[in-house]
Design a protein around this ligand. Structure first.
Ligand SMILES: NC(=O)c1ccc[n+]([C@@H]2O[C@H](COP(=O)([O-])OP(=O)(O)OC[C@H]3O[C@@H](n4cnc5c(N)ncnc54)[C@H](O)[C@@H]3O)[C@@H](O)[C@H]2O)c1
Length: 545
């Protein structure tokens, strides 16, 4: 991992030019990393890989290519005109394939602006840079140059029980993700029709396979089934998707890039329609089979039907006849074979999963718009019922430990934090002491990444309120209250996603010690700060009386 990071460059300067590479954008993502590997294994061209390394980009997905001289990764934004201009002029790519995108529908419901920025604005800049590069090329190189934009079948909207999407189907995107992809598809088409840039668009059905970020249906279900966590199936589970194994998609993309005519669009699919419930049940059976003796088996017992995604498209089905008949591509991997390989890969690659899980995603529910529209930020939890706090009830991951007072020749001392005993995964990044006036409440909030490690040892008496807002936690919805302070010195460890508040119930000014694993970035500090989700005081279901 550390080795791999060394091969990243942030600009063109200092890099030896590659020999007429293919510029792959988003090549550290799910499909992109497979596509880069496909070129390394089957083509003789070099690859210039431009990836911003957002949460979805993972260098571990390219670990096997780190010493390959035909592959160079540049960390950067496709929307950065200067950078892309430099790279194009320096390396003179023979083709560009655009896989860089924000790609998760649920996230697009929470933060549509990110999707408009990357999928529309940044893609527009990439096209602009490619056009000005292409215009400088000699005529023969212009004729050979291709720009392939990788898109989705979601731009077509939703189907009824019959019918399939063809290249003639009218665009009718229903989610902010699909709308942003549709917008970029139109831009790509317009650059061909207006300026003559040799562009093509491909619209593929849902992909699956190794190294897909765990927020997507298939990896999420595999990992939850492995760990005995609930398997949240949206709505009634009858939504239909048409599944394509990722390496088959990569073969199709390379075929199109090599053989298609400018201005063409191609649908890519494997004729493999499944309901979401069928997918989850297949995964459960594969996990049970590959991990015999799981305590929670059968994994199907973990299936939990949850609130549907807003605007959830009912059915997608791709007609890929044009690609088959014109360019001779067909999918080679059956669903039974592909899903088995995928499940096995996730079970065997826990280090890759661990790296992916450092990106601030903890398998929480995304894309429920009520929370997003109420708070104006990313949705935090689907349920906002007023909590009734129960003294002493346990929440998964919360640690409450009495702190022993040791007699000292000055009086007494307490050990505030002992990582070996608390079994915290993360070490404190700092420690601070705050003063809370009598009767004052530190308002209810939760952290996205940060684990707090509080010590209430006096002066002052505190009521600490905790509420588990992590939908996938075994104790989701449990509320607890701990009384601690001078009379009962205690340490309280609060993981991300657990709403917490405390109130000084004494008539003296009270001290609260905290050793969080992230740095404080509040007033007077400019350093990094974890995202905090504050509930508004007025009318908040978490508000304390
Ligand atoms: N996954 C699917 O099922 C599927 C199906 C059809 C089409 N697609 C399309 O294929 C493409 C790739 O999808 P994926 O599933 O691999 O996505 P992904 O989210 O796994 O990867 C996206 C990659 O793009 C990078 N990226 C994001 N913004 C960037 C920017 N501004 N500049 C440079 N890099 C940036 C990320 O770091 C990441 O490595 C997307 O355009 C997506 O819409 C995906």
């Amino acid at each position: 991992m550390a080795e791999n990071r060394r091969s990243i460059t942030g600009d063109a300067a200092g890099m030896a030019p590659l020999d007429q590479p293919v510029l792959v954008t988003g090549g550290a993502g799910f499909i992109g990393s497979h596509f880069v590997r496909h070129l390394m294994n089957t083509a003789d061209c070099a690859v210039l890989n431009l990836d911003l390394l957002t949460y979805a980009g993972n260098l571990d997905s390219l670990a096997d290519l780190q010493n390959n001289p035909r592959h160079q990764l540049v960390q950067g934004d496709i929307g950065n005109l200067d950078l892309v201009d430099d790279l194009l002029r320096h390396h003179q790519p023979q083709a560009v394939i655009n896989l860089a995108a924000e790609s998760h529908v649920d996230r697009s419901i929470d933060t549509p602006d990110d999707f408009i920025q990357t999928n529309v604005v940044a893609t527009g800049n990439l096209l602009k840079a490619c056009l000005s590069y292409w215009e400088t090329l000699p005529v023969e190189a212009q004729d050979r140059f291709r720009f392939l934009h990788v898109s989705t079948d979601e731009v077509y909207g939703s189907l009824g029980v019959t019918g399939m999407f063809t290249e003639q189907t009218r665009y009718a995107p229903n989610s902010p993700y699909a709308a942003s992809k549709a917008a970029s598809d139109h831009l790509v088409r317009a650059y061909h029709h207006t300026y003559g840039l040799p562009t093509m668009v491909s619209n593929s059905s849902n992909n699956y396979g190794p190294a897909q970020f765990p927020e997507k249906l298939i990896p999420l279900m595999i990992l939850n089934a492995q760990e005995g966590l609930r398997l949240p199936v949206y709505g009634d589970g009858t939504h239909v998707r048409d599944w394509l194994y990722v390496t088959d998609h990569c073969e199709a993309l390379w075929t199109i890039l090599q053989s298609a005519l400018p201005g063409e669009t191609y649908n890519i699919g494997a004729n493999s329609e499944k309901t979401n419930l069928e997918i989850v049940e297949t995964i459960c059976d594969a996990v049970d089979d590959l991990l015999p003796g799981l305590a929670h088996a059968p994994s199907r017992s973990l299936i939990d039907f949850v609130t549907d995604r807003p605007g959830h498209d009912r059915r997608y089905a791709i007609d890929a006849t044009k690609l088959k008949s014109e360019l001779g591509w067909h999918a080679r991997t059956s669903f039974a074979e592909g899903i088995r390989r995928t499940v096995a890969w996730y079970l065997e690659n826990s280090a890759w999963v661990a790296e992916a899980m450092t990106k601030g995603y903890q398998r929480q529910r995304l894309g429920l718009p009520t929370a997003a529209s109420e708070t104006g930020t990313r949705a935090s939890s689907p349920t906002k019922a007023a909590p009734e706090y129960v003294v002493g009830e346990q929440i998964e991951g919360v640690v409450v430990r009495d702190i022993q007072r040791f007699i000292d020749d000055r009086g007494w001392l307490v050990e505030l934090v002992r990582n070996d005993e608390l079994a915290m995964e993360n070490r404190p990044a700092m420690a601070y002491l705050s003063e809370t006036m009598p009767g004052v409440t530190r308002g209810p909030h939760e952290h996205v990444h940060q684990t707090d490690c509080f010590a209430f040892v006096g002066p002052g008496e505190f009521q600490v309120y905790l509420w588990d807002s992590r939908p996938l936690s075994k104790t989701y919805g449990v509320k607890m209250m701990v009384q601690c302070g001078a009379a009962r010195p205690a340490c309280v460890v609060v993981p991300p996603g657990v709403v917490h508040a405390y109130k000084n119930t004494s008539d003296v000014s009270g001290s609260v010690f905290n050793a969080p694993d992230q740095l404080y970035g509040g007033p007077g500090k400019s350093g990094p700060v974890d995202e905090i989700r504050h509930e508004e005081c007025a009318g908040s279901p978490y508000q304390l009386e």
